[in-house]
Ligand binder design. Structure first.
Ligand SMILES: C[S@@+](CC[C@H](N)C(=O)[O-])C[C@H]1O[C@@H](n2cnc3c(N)ncnc32)[C@H](O)[C@@H]1O
Length: 357
């Protein structure tokens, strides 16, 4: 620090306050994760306003730890405390965010994804320092389940109702019976939604991460889906089956060679087939994202920890990152040889492109 440098006390306190709030948030995330994994929020949702001992009994957790946990949650506004009755409760909104798995506002998957990153912080430091790539399989399993849990509500709310109908001529084909490739399918949520909705269609789902495909197969089997098959395969090696629809959900930017892979996908499509690319919501340009995209701090963080290292672990290693923005993404699709590239839809978390030859 130079001797002439003066600290502006007000600015300092504002910054300190913001960061302190983030630290409180980081602890709150771990608290929330404990409540999720032990079923405490679900027990509270079931019981309604209750004493600590009643909640401890229902969730089968230690009462003394629970009391401390509840106080921490109440201080963050995650649960309510009634000082007169000494009972804790969840409002419908708190239940929706913390306890109810299938509601679109349930945030536990995102929390789980963040916790997964903290668990392997030593790997993150090594990757950051050395610049090496980090394959998807080098993450804690919280990363896979958390990603699926976080994305699932958005897919369940929008994929069948908005995204597929926004693609020209595709929905009718899927209803009548079409061939679909879901590439980089992870645990297969999008593949299963499409297989259930379009029983006349055949869905082939591909991912190069074997354990994710094993889990996806198990889940599809439990649902009794017979028009869906999973394959362990790199996105560069998709068979030329003449797919009417090929799609990539929240994974294209993770790939080392997005242009090469999109170019290959062009060759596995039927003559009038469509390539749908679902990417995280982003604006054009880093300065724009920093200033105007409220999720960009988190997204550039995931870019640092997950997406850019995943890409750098693959051939070409472009390291596109999750905030490339629509202009850049559309340019890359054109570069891959798609003549008609359009923004098909936008939702809070995603931007959706349709690309045709
Ligand atoms: C963020 S996850 C998204 C998973 C899934 N599409 C979803 O939305 O839940 C990214 C996925 O892309 C897969 N992936 C990345 N690069 C790949 C490649 N070159 N070939 C096949 N899969 C790839 C990863 O294994 C991972 O499952």
């Amino acid at each position: 620090m130079s001797t002439e440098e003066q600290l502006d006390h007000e600015k300092l306190m504002t910054l300190f306050g913001n960061v302190f709030n983030d630290v409180q948030g980081a602890v709150a995330i771990l608290m929330s994760y404990l409540g999720d994994q032990t079923g405490v929020y679900r027990a509270m949702d079931k019981l309604g306003s209750s004493s600590v001992s009643a909640i401890a009994k229902e969730a089968k957790v230690d009462e003394r730890y629970l009391q401390e946990w509840l106080a921490s949650n109440a201080a963050r506004g995650y649960v309510n405390f009634n000082a007169e009755t000494e009972e804790f409760s969840l409002s419908p909104e708190q239940a929706s965010v913390f306890a109810r798995e299938n509601e679109p506002t349930c945030i536990q998957g995102l929390m789980q994804g963040v916790v997964g990153q903290f668990i392997k912080e030593d790997v993150a430091i090594d990757v950051f320092k050395t610049g090496r790539g980090r394959p998807w399989g080098e993450h804690h399993e919280c990363c896979f389940c958390g990603t699926e849990r976080f994305f699932r509500p958005a897919y369940a709310s929008h994929l069948l109702e908005e995204w597929i109908p926004a693609l020209e001529g595709t929905e009718d084909k899927l209803r009548m019976g079409a061939k679909v490739a879901d590439i980089g399918c992870g645990l297969g949520t999008s593949s299963m939604l499409m297989a259930e909705q379009y029983p006349n269609s055949t869905i082939h789902a591909f991912d190069f991460h074997g354990p994710s495909i094993d889990e996806a197969k198990k889940r599809a089997e439990e649902k009794g889906l017979t028009n869906l098959e999973f394959f362990v395969s790199d996105a560069a090696d998709i068979p030329k089956n003449g797919y009417d629809l090929a799609c990539i959900f929240d994974a294209w930017h993770d790939m080392g060679d997005p242009v090469g892979i999109a170019s290959g996908i062009k060759d596995v499509l039927a003559e009038d087939g469509t390539f749908m690319v679902v990417e995280p919501m982003a604006l054009d340009g880093m300065a724009n994202n920093i200033a105007n995209n409220p999720a960009s701090g988190m997204m550039y963080g995931f870019g640092t920890l997950v997406c850019v290292p995943a890409s750098k672990a693959q051939p070409v290693g472009l390291g596109l990152g999750p905030q490339a923005g629509p202009k850049k993404l559309m340019e890359l699709l054109s570069e891959a040889g798609f003549g008609k590239v359009e923004l098909a839809a936008e939702t809070t978390n995603n931007i959706i492109f349709q690309a045709r030859v």
